[in-house]
Design a protein around this ligand. Structure first.
Ligand SMILES: Cc1cc2nc3c(=O)[nH]c(=O)nc-3n(C[C@H](O)[C@H](O)[C@H](O)COP(=O)(O)OP(=O)(O)OC[C@H]3O[C@@H](n4cnc5c(N)ncnc54)[C@H](O)[C@@H]3O)c2cc1C
Length: 374
């Protein structure tokens, strides 16, 4: 699946023709009717709230149930990130058990695990920047629970290559698989992979009953480890910080590429790429290209490779406007809070099920009162 930069209007049309019933029946299968919306959601081109409203124009909540629940996972992870900040990059609920090292697994990084489907999908990740949810779970499970790697380094490797890279969905999903943000580790075996990917492989190290996998010695092929170096190549800055600017400056970044945001208001529009952010969360050239190309859908936007602090000092007469996000807590100016999936469901919940209990009620009220989403 190739995922090009898209106009907001094109996404709206796609969502209007998306069928959540087919999604509910097939989403676990590699070739299932999934939405492929994640790069546009993660980059802030369209919000979960807008997607849900568009889906409810045509479907009753019970028909869209599975799809909305998946959107809710993303919303939940964002809330955990808001509440716990950088703690999400450490073992959040329990220490990951049976950790053998804190590196990447060479066979995974080089697509040589011997599990044909996983190797093909890892190669496809490098080419296209996307993986189906189940494949992400399989890769994380083999890496952490079979090869014994701690989740953090490998999660950075996957994030680096994903067009939809989102620090919260990524780190917390890896933790969920590795058992540090869930009650038990997630295991997959060859039978499960064959079922959901349509492959027929037999005799691999995963071709075992679950009870055996849990206590299995690390297979020879997964023993080699490496400290993968991940670096971001930032583009050339188009911002002149030697001349001050008056008036409004709208700050976009790699998580806010919303083409509709204040689109008719006059002002300077900058795509702020902070070196310190990409030092902490490196992305591949392909991902950076996607971010830049997606930003071109915003008229007159200028790339600004600088720290917020330096822009603020250089343009001290400007009024900065930005969207609230866990990566913008150090920005100063007018902070706008975007609508979350269910605007009345706010704050931290200790588990997804506690969050979903509240969110589900809101979803069913929706049918009767659509303004609940505003
Ligand atoms: C190890 C691992 C790493 C992941 N890393 C990321 C990441 O960096 N960025 C990211 O956006 N998602 C991540 N996910 C979640 C999920 O795999 C992707 O959001 C989903 O596969 C994207 O494809 P889609 O848009 O076709 O999803 P669909 O199935 O069509 O779902 C629609 C939307 O719902 C949300 N969603 C669906 N499933 C999940 C889920 N399990 N967790 C959180 N949100 C979900 C996404 O925003 C997605 O775009 C990760 C999952 C795992 C297991």
């Amino acid at each position: 699946m190739n995922l090009p930069p898209k106009k907001y209007s094109a996404l709206v049309s796609e969502i209007r023709s998306f069928n959540p019933i087919r999604y509910g029946k097939s989403r676990n299968f590699k070739n299932g009717a999934v939405s492929y919306l994640s790069p546009y959601i993660s980059r802030g081109v369209i919000s979960l709230n807008e997607i849900a409203k568009l889906v409810f124009e045509r479907y009753h909540p019970k028909d869209a149930y599975t799809f909305i629940k998946e959107l809710a996972w993303r919303d939940y992870f964002q809330k955990v990130w808001e509440a716990k900040a950088d703690e999400i990059f450490t073992d959040l609920k329990h220490q990951q058990e049976k950790v053998k090292h804190h590196n990447s697994v060479t066979a995974v990084v080089h697509a040589k695990t011997g599990i044909h489907e996983l190797d093909a999908e890892i190669r496809s990740l490098y080419e296209r920047g996307y993986l189906h949810n189940h494949i992400r779970m399989y890769i994380a499970s083999v890496t952490c629970n079979i090869a014994g790697a701690h989740w953090f380094k490998p999660s950075q490797w996957m994030y680096y290559h994903l067009l939809d890279g989102d620090p919260a969905s990524n780190a917390l999903s890896w933790q969920w698989v590795a058992g540090s943000f869930s009650s038990k580790k997630y295991y997959c075996n060859q039978e499960n992979i064959n079922k959901y990917t349509g492959s027929k492989q037999q005799g691999s190290f995963l071709d075992e009953e679950y009870e055996k996998l849990v206590n299995m010695e690390v297979p020879e092929i997964l023993k080699e480890k490496e400290n993968t170096q991940l670096q971001t190549q930032l583009p050339k800055s188009e911002c002149d910080l030697s001349h001050s600017i008056d008036g409004t400056v709208f700050i976009y970044n790699s998580f806010n590429l919303d083409q509709e945001w204040h689109k008719d208001k006059p002002g300077t529009r900058i795509l702020l790429l902070e070196p310190s952010h990409f030092e902490k969360h490196p992305v591949s050239e392909k991902v950076m290209r996607f971010i830049l190309d997606q930003s071109l859908m915003i008229p007159d936007i200028r790339i600004c490779v600088a720290e917020f602090h330096d822009v603020q000092q250089a343009w001290s007469n400007a009024n900065f406007i930005f969207k609230k996000h866990p990566t913008t807590t150090h920005y100063r100016g007018i902070e706008e809070t975007p609508l979350s999936l269910f605007p009345s469901v706010q704050g931290y919940f200790p588990s997804f099920s506690a969050y979903w209990k509240r969110a589900e009620k809101e979803m069913f009220k929706m049918d009767k009162n659509k303004s609940l989403f505003d």
